[in-house]
Write a protein that binds this ligand. Structure first.
Ligand code: ATP
Ligand code: MG
Length: 724
């Protein structure tokens, strides 16, 4: 496609960014101004101008965003997108580390540990350190270690600063970090932080490798740059060092991942790092109505640490933003469901509607009510398909096959399905491995020498090793799909689940999921064949280790309302948006200090600016958190964005607004959608949606999800992606 054609749909400032030739370039602009669109068009224009697609690296935030970017590039430069390096930082790391594994004392088949596996390792470490009942601290250790990795702090440096701090917990954490890292190394495994740290180290310590990639990447483009952490910044800067064609786009007002180590400094000081950078600002918002923009601009202006910018929209007409107070969280969900039903009745499409909340725990009420109202919905980020017990089990086999050192996976499958290696036997094997400084797998191979085993356990271990040997032979000659099929049959796993079907209703669903896993492997194989790349079980396993809840494949053709945390909504847009739980203590979740509060405010800004045409904001006067009832004040963000005023909704006169008949409150900014009392009852017109279930990290179903009032669990780690 000609350059002229590509430029057609862009405004002059966007065109300038696309046409910018060589040298660093920063596009800094507010929400919905076409940053991502500009970035994608720039990639197509570079290709059109003769740049080899193989020499373009584009980094984005989630696998989904990466897949979308690939689609858009493909549409603009047909046949070329497959060759562009389109990644998230994490999937880019995996690709580099695989290519250079030999330099890092890693095998290409390194395991990638997610949070549940990290927990398992920390538990083993704490056991070793004789710390019992430290369950509560596990999450703290994990987040300390992750933060350290975001900032490229290794165990030694961590220990030095811990000693200097003289804080007991930090000193203990330093020991945990050291042992944790040793265990990962022994397992030939990397956690998500390592994917970045090892990549940065590889580039730093190895001149040849560094020069090789610096030469390759003639152009580097980064979306959502405001949410990069220090380690990602080091990687980007190093790679761009030679050609200096680094184009980053971002919006400091949308920096919402500082709790994951994102460093807003990276964008604010880009000009300092690259003094000759071309700076482009975009001011026209193409997404939202002026009404939505006015309120969100008003809100974000309350942040002190920011550069002011103004946004305008040509969508000057539009519906007012509707704010609603409800009595309880149940009423809030009911009101939302009823309004969505009304919107649908008036012709809106399910796919056009999204409901956002601050914490994952809030989703349950919405799910309950959507089911009642027969509204199909998709819950983004809460349950990963790949987190389900049966899927993790089978992948456990795959992981041990490609990497026998992977102890966490080995522990998972050792007695799954039950084969007579119980807890005691497991401990004996672990002890033996520790004593002889060998891996658990090797200990199993030497079961004849391990003392204190029952004959059954010894025989079972022998049979297990035989099984793995048989399967490993297959690895060389069979396709990944066939191997997974063989794992299912030869391990007896499929049969074990099948045997349960009679007595356990869930077993049938588990068989379906297993079948779905086989399909996923098949799809992967076909994708590899299309791009003429070699399919391997090891590559497949790594790819899916990077998939987060945010990336789950969604069947959008069916139509469903989207439910997600605000964090996951970044970069997306919907014609109709409901933002819920706008209460002090919930949104903002934390107002401990100014920095926290400013981040919460940015988060609210992100939420509001996702809406194209209609924005609803709800809050409740009472809310149950961990089973306790709280009386909440309306969020300060509602006041700050000018949506409610003290006179209308001062804490003192809130009682006066009660309307007993609907259990809700009167509409303050009512439109026809706000009035629910007199509408005819909603008639179901869909098949009942499949009940969505929640599982804990072991794959067991959770009855009712407890409130998680910390960081949203469904969040993608910074820039996770597997596509490619
Ligand atoms: P965010 O900050 O939320 O990531 P963004 O700046 O990346 O937003 P985009 O998602 O690229 O914005 O664009 C927002 C919407 O505006 C999209 O629907 C896009 O197609 C549309 N858009 C962008 N630029 C133009 C333009 N010049 N003409 C028409 N529509 C445009
Ligand atoms: Mg964007």
């Amino acid at each position: 496609m000609s350059i002229d054609y590509l430029l057609q749909s862009l405004n002059p400032m966007q065109q300038e960014a696309v046409l910018h030739q060589n040298g660093p370039c920063l596009i800094i602009a507010g929400a919905g101004t076409g940053k991502t669109k500009t970035l994608t068009t720039r990639i197509a224009a570079l290709i059109e101008n003769g740049v080899n697609p193989n020499r373009i690296l584009a980094v984005t935030f989630t696998n989904k965003a990466a897949a979308q970017m690939r689609e858009r590039v493909e549409a603009l430069a047909p046949g070329q997108s497959g060759r562009v390096w389109i990644h998230t930082f994490h999937s880019f790391g995996v690709r580099l580390l695989r290519q250079n594994a030999h330099l890092l004392k890693l095998t290409k088949d390194f395991a990638i540990y997610d949070e549940s596996e990290q927990k398992k390792i920390i538990t083993l470490v704490l056991q070793e350190m004789g710390q019992k009942d430290a369950k509560k601290e596990i999450n703290q250790y994990i987040s300390l270690i992750s933060r350290a990795k975001d900032d490229m702090i290794d165990p030694e440096s961590f220990a030095i600063s811990a000693l200097a701090s003289n804080i007991d917990f930090k000193i203990r954490a330093a020991e945990v970090y050291k042992r944790y890292q040793n265990k990962l190394n022994a397992a030939g495994a990397l956690d998500f932080g390592d994917l970045l740290v090892k990549t940065a180290e590889l580039l730093k310590n190895n001149e040849d490798v560094r020069e090789y990639y610096q030469n390759i990447f003639q152009h580097i483009l980064v979306d959502e740059y405001q949410d990069t952490n220090h380690t990602q910044y080091i990687i980007t800067r190093t790679l761009a060092y030679k050609h200096r064609n680094l184009c980053v786009v971002g919006d400091p007002d949308q920096s919402i991942y500082s709790w994951r180590g994102a460093n807003i400094r990276n964008i604010l000081e880009f000009e300092k790092d690259f003094p000759d950078a071309k700076i482009i600002t975009l001011e026209q918002n193409y997404r939202s109505t002026q009404i939505i923009l006015d309120s969100s601009n008003k809100l974000i202006k309350k942040n002190k640490k920011r550069k002011d910018k103004s946004l305008y929209s040509n969508k000057t007409s539009g519906e007012p933003i509707e704010v609603r107070e409800l009595l309880t969280e149940g009423e809030e969900a009911r009101w939302t469901a009823q309004n969505i039903a009304n919107l649908i009745e008036d012709g809106a499409s399910l796919n056009d509607i999204a409901v956002f909340y601050r914490t994952n725990a809030q989703s349950r009420n919405f799910e309950d009510n959507f089911r009642k109202y027969q509204l199909p919905y998709r819950l983004i980020g809460a349950v990963r398909f790949y987190d389900r017990r049966e899927i993790k089990d089978i992948l456990g086999y795959a992981r041990v096959l490609v990497n026998p050192l992977d102890t966490v996976s080995l522990l998972r499958i050792l007695n799954t399905p039950k084969r007579g290696i119980g807890k005691t036997a497991e401990e004996k094997f672990l002890e033996y491995a520790n004593l002889h400084n060998i891996s658990l797998y090797q200990a199993l191979q030497r079961s004849a020498f391990v003392e204190g085993l029952t004959p059954t356990a010894r025989r079972a271990a022998q049979e297990f090793i035989n099984l793995m040997d048989t399967l490993r032979l297959e690895l060389k000659v069979t396709s990944p799909t066939d191997i997974v099929n063989k794992i299912l049959t030869l391990s007896g796993y499929w049969k074990a689940v099948e045997d349960e079907v009679e007595k356990d209703l869930e077993a049938g669903a588990r068989l379906d999921n297993l079948q779905e896993l086989v399909n996923a492997v098949k799809e992967y194989e076909e994708r590899m064949a299309r791009t003429e790349r070699e399919a391997s079980l090891s590559d497949f396993v790594q790819e899916i280790s990077l998939i987060t809840g945010a990336d789950e494949k969604q069947d959008s053709s069916a139509g469903a309302v989207t439910l997600m945390t605000v964090h996951l909504a970044k970069g997306l847009e919907f014609p109709v948006v409901f933002v819920s739980g706008l209460e002090e203590g919930l949104f903002p979740l934390s107002s401990k200090d100014d920095d926290d509060l400013e981040e919460e405010r940015r988060l609210c800004y992100v939420a509001m600016t996702r809406a194209k045409d209609r924005l609803f904001m709800t809050y409740t006067s009472t809310r149950r958190i961990f089973g306790k009832m709280y009386t909440n004040l309306p969020s300060r963000f509602l006041f700050e964005s000018g949506l409610i005023t003290e006179e209308q909704e001062g804490p003192l006169n809130r009682q006066s607004t009660v309307m007993p008949n609907y259990g809700g409150y009167k509409t303050k900014y009512g439109s026809k959608y706000g009035e629910t009392q007199n509408r005819p009852s909603f008639k179901p017109f869909f098949a009942a949606p499949k009940k969505q279930k929640k599982y804990d990290e072991h794959g067991y179903e959770i009855e009712e999800q407890e409130g998680d009032y910390g960081a949203p669990i469904g969040c993608a780690p910074l820039g996770i992606a597997g596509e490619n």
